[in-house]
Design a protein around this ligand. Structure first.
Ligand code: SF4
Length: 350
């Protein structure tokens, strides 16, 4: 066992004092259904004496996960319906997702791919990776490739460098993007060498970093993020709006400021998907819109994410507001523009 070995399974969480022994049996039933893993960096952040700890809520299993509502789905964003080749999701013409691996260093309790991710299972390699790259090369409309999973940062530097080099050889791909939670959940993995290995020669390189609470920005996480920025990647944020974690204006504001202070531009704030056993995390769309509206009134434009809904079933992502403009639908009509204090102002028709 090394300093990086995650705690896998309920016994390991009990041994670490993160689960009281009396809950072992009930949580074993959850662990049989959904993967469990907590990295040492995350375990160190959890306050076991706080029953409402927002870090624990994201990573420690809960019996509420055993409740699956009728509207919840195994594949809530419809990846399978848009997968022409194993490992590729090609939903929009100009971009494709490349699922390099199904495992993650942590398993988030709200994960939208929780039925697909977990330990074991091979990463995309050999003939399967050849087939994926052949597909990408055969589709000149693909301008951007997004590496996801699971978490692609669990792959070795040698593996990511190999993928990067092979993508570099496809002329019509101009932009690469890696999606990861590793910089906050296992920051020591992101060495300067690793940050360089992710660069795809000749392409613009973006990294979307997933974090949901300002406490995730530990000194080690900040240093890992700095190594990525210093290696020349453009950094974007990804967060999920989660009840009991960040669904209040103070936490959300602190989270967005933490991103910006660390050179990460807030990008997507996801409304939670209809993943099975996650209803205890979901808030209503109206509650989410009110929070995002409040963010607009409180914070610099740099700190504003786009609030996103992935339409269940695979129809894609849409921005879901809130809107500050009304009344302009009719030709010649005056619009009403709402300022950050809620006051309405008229704006003339063109
Ligand atoms: S890191 Fe991402 S893919 Fe992995 S469990 Fe968390 S949300 Fe799911």
């Amino acid at each position: 066992m090394t300093a990086h070995t995650p705690l896998r399974g309920i016994d390991a969480l009990v041994a670490q004092g993160l689960v009281v022994p009396g809950r072992r049996e009930a949580l074993e039933a959850v662990a049989e259904r959904y993967a469990v893993s907590v990295t040492p960096a995350i375990a160190a952040l959890i306050d076991p004496s706080d029953a409402a700890d927002p870090i624990a809520r994201q990573f420690i299993p809960d019996t509420a996960e055993l409740l699956t509502l009728p509207q919840e789905m195994a594949d809530p964003i419809g990846d399978e319906a848009h997968s022409p080749v194993e490992g590729v999701v090609h939903r929009y013409p100009d971009r494709a997702l490349l699922k390099l691996v199904h495992a993650c260093p942590v398993y988030c309790r709200f994960c939208f791919r929780r039925e697909m991710v977990g330990p074991g299972g091979a990463s995309l390699a050999g003939e399967k990776l050849d087939a994926v790259l052949a597909y990408l090369a055969s589709r000149p409309e693909i301008w951007e490739v997004i590496m996801t999973g699971g978490d692609p940062f669990i792959l070795s530097a040698r593996r990511v460098r190999d993928v990067a080099k092979r993508l570099a050889a496809i002329p019509h791909i101009k932009v690469t993007r890696w999606h990861t939670r590793v910089p906050v959940v296992d920051p020591e993995r992101v060495t300067a060498d690793y940050a360089r290995a992710l660069r795809v020669p000749g392409k613009a390189s973006y990294i979307a970093i997933h974090a949901n609470h300002p406490r995730e920005f530990t000194p080690a996480a900040r240093a890992a993020i700095a190594r990525l920025a210093d290696a020349g990647h453009v950094l974007l944020s990804q967060s999920v709006l989660l009840r009991g974690v960040n669904a209040d204006i103070e936490t959300l504001a602190a989270l967005m400021r933490a991103f910006v202070e660390n050179r990460v531009k807030p990008y997507y704030l996801h409304h939670p998907d209809l993943a099975p056993g996650t209803s205890h995390f979901r808030l209503s769309l109206a509650e989410g819109q009110a929070l995002v509206k409040s963010l607009r009134g409180h914070l610099s434009g740099l700190c504003q994410p786009t609030y996103i809904l992935d339409i269940p079933g695979g129809a894609g992502k849409i921005p879901i507001g809130p809107s500050f403009l009304s009344g302009c639908e009719m030709p010649g009509a005056e619009a009403q523009a709402e300022d950050r204090f809620g006051t309405q102002h008229s704006y003339p028709p063109a």
